[in-house]
Structures are given as C-alpha cells and as structure tokens.
Design a protein around this ligand. Sequence first.
Ligand code: C2E
Ligand code: CA
Ligand code: CA
Length: 531
Amino acid sequence: MRNKTFVAIAIFIVLVAVSTPIAISLYLAWKQSFDDQMDIAALLAEDILRRNDESSDQTLGILTTLAAEGAVDPCSVENIRLMGALDLASEHVQAVGYVKDDWLLCSSYGHHNTPLGPANYITPYGTAVRTLVEFPVLPEKRFLISTDLKSGYTVAIHHNRPLDVFVDEPSISVGVLSSVTNSPIVSRGEFKPAWIDSVGKQTESRFSDGEYLVVVKHSSKYAFAAYVAVPATKVSDGLRRLSRFLVPFGLVAGALLAWMVLCLAKRQLALPAVIKVALKRNEFFLHYQPIVDLQTGQWVGAEALIRWQRPNGEMIRPDLFIAVAEEVGLIPRITERVISLIGDDIHDLFARHPKFHIAINLSAVDLQSRQTIEYLDVLHKKTKAGPGNLIVEATERGFMNVGVAREILDEVRARGIEVAIDDFGTGYSSLSYLESFNLDYLKIDKSFVDTLGKDAATSQVVLHIIDMAKSLNLKMIAEGVETEAQAQLLRQRGVQFAQGWHFGKPVPFSTLLEQLDKSTASLAVTPRVDL
Ligand code: C2E
Ligand code: CA
Ligand code: CA
C-alpha cells in the first residue's frame, strides 16, 4: 500500500516536475513576445504622432502668419510670393493657398480655379479638413488639405506624408484618426472602428482584440490620434523564436528535477531492504549527546543517537530511516541493535561515573512489546546499572495504546530504569493523560526552546509546559539549546537539565568518555571550600 501510494506520488511529482518548467518557460516566452510586439507598436505610434504634431505645428504657423499679414487681396503677387516662401521653409508642407467657397483660387504655385468639394470635417480650432483631394494636374497624388475657415488660407500636405514612417512589415496597420469624427484621416492596412470605441480619449491605450495588438496614442496638442495594429500572429512568430531557446532549457530543468525525484523515490522505496542489509553489515553505530545540569554545567548524562553510514561513506539521517523502519516493522530489530551497541560501548561506564545516565530512544511499537524489556534486562545486567543510570525516552505516540504501554513502562521502572517523555508538546497528550503514567522526566521539544526570548505567542507555551512538568513532579530536560540566552531563561524558570549544541554535539562514545573522565579529574583536584 505504502509503495503504491509512493509510486503514484512520485509519478505525479515527475509529471509536474517536467511539465511545470516547460509551461512556465512557454508562458514567459509568450509574455516576452507579446510585450515586445506591443513595444514595437507603441514606438511606431509615437513616431507617427510626432510627425503629425510637427505637420500641424507647421500648418498652424503658416495659417497664423498669413492671417496676421492681413493682405487685402489674398491672391496678390506679394501674397503668393509670401505663400511660396512659407511653403519652401516648411519641411512637411507641399503647398500653401487660398480657398473661397470650396474653390482653390490661388497657391504658392500661382493662380488656379479648382473646385475642392465640401470639407470632410471641421476641427475644434475652426479648420476645415479635406482628406483626399486630387488635382487634375497631378492625377496620381492625393492631398490632405487644411483650410482656416476665418481667413480662407490653406495648407496642402501629401496624403501619405503623415504615415511616412518605416514599417518593414506590410501586415502592420497604421493610421491617424480624427478625434472629431473618430475615423481615420489617413490609414494603411485594416482598421476596425471597435478599436476606437474601446479606448476613449486616454493619452495612450494598449490592448489586444484577439486578432491584433493595438496601440492608440492621442495627440496632446491636436484633435487626432495615431494608431498601430500588429497582427497577433506576430506574437506566435516571436514565441516560436523564443521557444527555440526556452523550451529546451525547460526540458533540461524538468528532466533534472524528474531525475532527482526518481532517485529519491527509488531510494525511499529501496530503504527497507537497505536497512535490513545495513543491520546485517553492522552499518549502524551510536553517537552520544551530553545532557548537562543547568545549575552546575556538569555533564549528568548522554542521549544515545543512532547513526548510519553507508559503505560509500554517505550518512543517512535518523529522521529519514527511523520513520521508514517504523512503517515497515523494522524498529524492533533497530532497537535491539541500539541497545546492544550501547552495551558494547558503555560496559564499565557506571563503575567509573556512578551518577551518569544514558538515555535510549524507544519507538511507539517498542512500548507494545515485552521483548523491549528483555533487551533492557540484558543491558541492565551487562552494565551493572544502578537506579537512574538508564533512561528510556518515549514519545507521546508511544503512549497511545495506554494499557500495554503503562504495563511495560511500569516494569521498566521497577528495574530502576527511568522514563522520559520525549518531544513533549508536539503530540496530542493532555495533562490528565500524562498523569496516568508513571514518568520521571519531561523533555521539552526543541521547537519550543527555539521560541524562547522571541516575542512570539508560542513562547508562552514553553512556560505552560514547565508548569505542567512541575505540577506532575517531573524533572525537565530542555532539548536543542543553542544559545546561552536560552539556557539562562530555562535556568530562571527552574528547568534542571538541558541538551543542545550550546553544550555539546553528539559525539562517539570514546570522545564522550574522554571528556567525562577529564572533567571528573579536574573536579577531584579542585579544592573544596566548605562553608
Ligand atoms: P530526538 O530524540 O528528539 O533527538 C534529538 C535530535 O536533536 C537529534 O537529532 C540531535 O542530534 C538533535 N539536536 C540536539 N541538539 C540540537 C541542537 O542544539 N540543535 C539542533 N538543530 N539539533 C539538535 P538526530 O540524531 O538527527 O535524531 C533525530 C531523531 O531520530 C531523534 O530525535 C529520534 O526521534 C530519532 N532517533 C535517533 N536515534 C534513535 C534511536 O536510537 N532509536 C529511535 N527509535 N529513534 C532514534
Ligand atoms: Ca530523544
Ligand atoms: Ca526529542
């Protein structure tokens, strides 16, 4: 069952691992391409707007100059000469003239009598605009003609001049719209009225209608706007181009992730078998972490912690394999091995340090089996342990099957082996529940010790735990103490013992013993001052 779930989860993770980076890279490629095309459209619209603002500035300048001149006869030789001069001086303007009643009477090129037809629209500045005027003398050319209604003076610009921008792609639509009529004054390519309806009069709008990416930019000075519409297919072209780099990258990243997940899964699945082999090949050994008296700083005991080194040198953490061993029923064999290893390590320890204790971790199933007592009996005899020399640590989960667990723990205690409740606070035991067991120690879990000194609400919890231990008359060992500040706070609160990197990391038994012998020797030579 466990394996099936595991395989299902592993397959799911592999699928996610492969598809996620690809999906993300595709999305990023699409987004990048979309933004690029929008930026191209915006730049183009900006260019068109700038040219048209310039044309309008020049047109307005010419019309104002002529009106200010106030010639009695607008088509006089002098005035036509002035028109010519203004025309020449202007970069955008092709001709300057005079219109009366929709007829062009004269221009910078001389006298005419050409009908222009009605204006297409009138701007808010009183300018009549004709967007597509043809002159019989210039049949191929079309002009955009603006006439000041008051003076009749007129400026002609080549019809395609406003869109005289560099567009290398014929599928891109460009144009200039009148804000009066909301229709194009000049345009090239497709134009959809819906584009204008949706944007209102904001300075710049960018949007996509599915078929085109559109940018509309309104002139800040005049009643027109430039628009550029790039076909949405250009985005997919860009996407294809970018995908060529990004997707292989995503695939490699995905494959790498998948490979890691598979390795992990394979290892996790193979773990029970590997644990059995490790038991046979004696790959397990023990480290011992000192437990100190918080008042004196003396080492009063040590917790035996299992270590596993594979033949290739790799260390496997107990968090990983103890849980697996628990699930597949290998814990009794591990506990047996741990107890026997302790026996090998510590044989004459209590003779040399009669007050020292060694703590042994038991799993939940160990508290359900009388075999545990047998293993402990052997150890007890072999080490000639006195009362309190051996401690067993049981987690709250171990107390779940109350009846059997209590019986076994009572028998253990009858041998002078003390009992500690481990990782306290991380499970679900209540005070009344704890009261029903005969315990000696409570180990305050590292997660609570970590909150000490921090202003977290959880730091209150540790105080409650301490109160609870006191009311149950339990000795306390704080786990995972890493700083003197934590030790100080615990000491102040009446916690007697502590364990953690601040005092000492788990070490081989020989190192522990060496230290222990040294400190006892130094104690022995320290002169005592009897008060
Ligand atoms: P645990 O019983 O709570 O053991 C304490 C763990 O905290 C140990 O991790 C120890 O190395 C670590 N530790 C101690 N002081 C500090 C500190 O100041 N900072 C930090 N960050 N960590 C600290 P380890 O040895 O990796 O053991 C992990 C768990 O594996 C143990 O937690 C215990 O539940 C289990 N375990 C270890 N040995 C045995 C064993 O022989 N039998 C069984 N059944 N479980 C064991
Ligand atoms: Ca423990
Ligand atoms: Ca613990």
